[in-house]
Write a protein that binds this ligand. Sequence first.
Ligand code: DC
Length: 220
Amino acid sequence: MTVIAIDGPSGSGKSTVAKALAARLGLAYLDTGAMYRAAALAAARAGLLDQPEALPGLVKGMALEISLAADGPAVRLDGEDVTEAIRSAAVSGSVSKLATVIPARRVLVDRQRAIVAAHRQPGIVVEGRDITTVVAPEADVRVLITASESARLRRRALERHGQADAAAMAATVDEVLRRDRDDSTVAEFVQAAPGVTLIDSSDLSIEQTVAAVLKLLPGA
Ligand code: DC
């Protein structure tokens, strides 16, 4: 039984590390950001993204299916495969509108807790912004992965644009810095809460970051 909770800002490397841990340990992997993205896509399609009071009801009613595969989730919304669509620039740019509506978060947090409870055996790696503090504060391992602003911008620029020159970094500022600023108004993922281990990945490879988390496993 292992629940590994990982939080961090965008570009911190937390998704890559969470997937590697799940694959290595044979655990399920829950990408909670994918759930916020799917909910934002559903809201945008319904024309409700700018109506915060309508969002909790919409999130409650949406038929969201998310797989727990270690190589990343397949996501279906009302039966349609939206795995690719939720990664679009439009969704990345607007997802905070949904993620900053507290009553809408509660609906998703309830679903996330139910998924964690159902997968304690053999275990699950859960990744997001409020996992160590709200979704699974009882997790066996609780980690906040951070990285310097420039490291985060460089990583996301490489991922999105295939390079990290000045233009690609500038094009990534909204997705990384503005989004984190908005998201951090509702979740604490800059400072580690009591009992949460802070790992600064700025100068660490993925492998080194994975190793740092593995060391925290009970019995390691
Ligand atoms: O990790 P990501 O970029 O796929 O997350 C998408 C958005 O969802 C991000 O803007 C923050 C939000 N989010 C959140 O508020 N709480 C979580 N547990 C996970 C994601």
